[in-house]
Structure formats: C-alpha cells, structure tokens
Design a binder for this molecule. Sequence first.
Ligand code: CU
Length: 220
Amino acid sequence: MKKTIFLSSIVLATSLASCKKDDSAADKGADKEKTKPAPAEVKGAEGTKVTPDEKAPEEAAKPVATDSAEVKASATIESKSGSKVTGSISFTMKGDKVWVEAKLTGLTPGEHGFHVHEKGDCSSPDGKSAGGHFNPSSVDHGGPDMEMHHAGDLGNIVANAEGVAEMKVELPTSFLSLDAKADNNIIDRAVVVHGGTDDLKSQPSGAAGPRVGCGVIKSL
Ligand SMILES: [Cu+2]
C-alpha cells in the first residue's frame, strides 16, 4: 500500500510539473515538493518545450485531485437473531481501490458468511430487513475471488476460538465502490454477518444460515 501511495505521489508530482494549473492538486502535493515559482517554460520528458498553457485534452479531463482523495465509510454491527455479535467495519476508497477492514466479536469459532446486502435497514430482529445480497449486475452468487459474484459477496470472515474475527482486504472499485454515482456504491446499504459458512456456490446467497449481525454502511 505504501508503494501505491508513493507511486500516486509521483504521478501527482509529474502532473504538477506538466500542468501547474491544477491548484487543488498543488495543495495535495505541497508537502512532497516545495516548488519554486515555475519557469515560463519547462522541458517535457522528451526534451520538447511545453508552455504552461499547453495541455493535452486527456490530461485536462483527468480528475487528478479527486482520484487521490480518500473517501471513507463505516458500519457498526449490531447483534441479530439472538446472537452476541458486535463489531465495526471500515471502508476506505482511494483511487481505484477500496480497503475493507473488519473486527467482530461474539461469533462462534469458524467461517461466517460476510456480505453487503441491498437495503440499509437492520431494524428487524432477524436482520432480514436488509434484503438480499447487493447485486447490481444481476449475476450469480459466488466468492470474492471468483470470476462471477455479487458486488456484495465478501466471502467468509473467520472467527478464532475466542469468537473474534479480523479481516482486511483490498478490492478494486470495480468490485464495490463508495462513489455515490457508481452502480456498485455500497453507501446506505448493509453489511450482514451470518451464523454459518457461505459455501460460495449455493444460489442465491451461499446457504450461510441466519443473520447474526447487521450494520448500515454510512459515509464519514
Ligand atoms: Cu448475506
């Protein structure tokens, strides 16, 4: 992850060198590169002269500052179906990646189906108010590493002998997103933890048993 951030910084710095118009990007890059007032002309990578006014159309359309900004969301898991499950899930989106970090307690040891469900409603005692799996592409249920799966198919989370489960995964934004304009945006949907194991193949939801935890995903 450090490497990704470092590379992003290079991309930013490169963008700054060739495009000093982007003031918001300049804010982000300020700590990395203490720039003197830019000269009227800078040499491009190929040795060609580039004036500050020159800008390729693709570059003009590229939202550099937006890509590097972090978007965060979280869900607080409450007990369902008479369980003692509680915990929290955090989601961090930066560029084309989303990191999901979960910590749950009160589970039975072993694997538990772990999904984003379509409705941000955890009000019912059995968690069924959260509806079915979030599946904006209307495809079959599967595991997160399989070619076909729901946007909400996070697979299983594994609890140790004490019933504590911790998970951190990195997913592409093509899997799920925190962008309000994206079809696979998970804000205001729900994370559901199941009492049993998601077998990653039974349709439509992996036969993972009762819903023992539920939390609405809220943007931060
Ligand atoms: Cu589920």
